[in-house]
Design a protein around this ligand. Sequence first.
Ligand code: 5GP
Length: 194
Amino acid sequence: MVSAPSGTGKTTLCTNVRQTPDLIYSVSVTTRPKRPGEKDGADYFFQSKTEFENKLKEGGMLEYADVYGHYYGTPKAPVLQHLAEGRDVLLDIDVQGARQIRESKDPQIKASLADIFIMPPDLEELRRRLEGRGTENAKQIATRIAAADAEMADWKSYRYTILSSSMEEDLIKFRAIIRAERYLSRRLNLQNGS
Ligand code: 5GP
């Protein structure tokens, strides 16, 4: 599970990670409008508020949150299915969702969880990155900067924190964490282990 304030470069990182087959990216459901270039079913499942609320009522979400006035949620069934079949799943969710996942009573979620916070260098750099990507207007950028400030307060709740520098560096650190997590003794299922 990865969280990072908007503009930290996490989406680029996750896109990169998705190009390798060892991690399954969990595609979230959102009620926010599609951005240019985004694909339904790949970046998000774009749904109406009613569709989202129905899925929520049916118990179909592992977690959900209201982020910047829109709903975002993780569909439960595919995540549990992948974990049951021994595949690692990557969740890219905000700090509110992360809290819910940490509190999950599901034994599969508890056993597999590793959480990483990606910390932007500082708010000014974050502003530059958000302005540079040009997908939000000035008001939306201000909202995201304020939210980032609040999200950054939560970093200590995560087992790992990556201090974001270049995309390449962030990716190397991210990969190192995933690799080490896979060597945890409790995750190994040795035939002759006693
Ligand atoms: P964006 O609109 O920029 O794609 O994402 C905005 C925020 O929503 C990001 O912090 C992202 O991590 C978060 N987010 C994306 N999917 C989910 C989800 O399924 N659950 C939660 N709680 N947050 C999500």
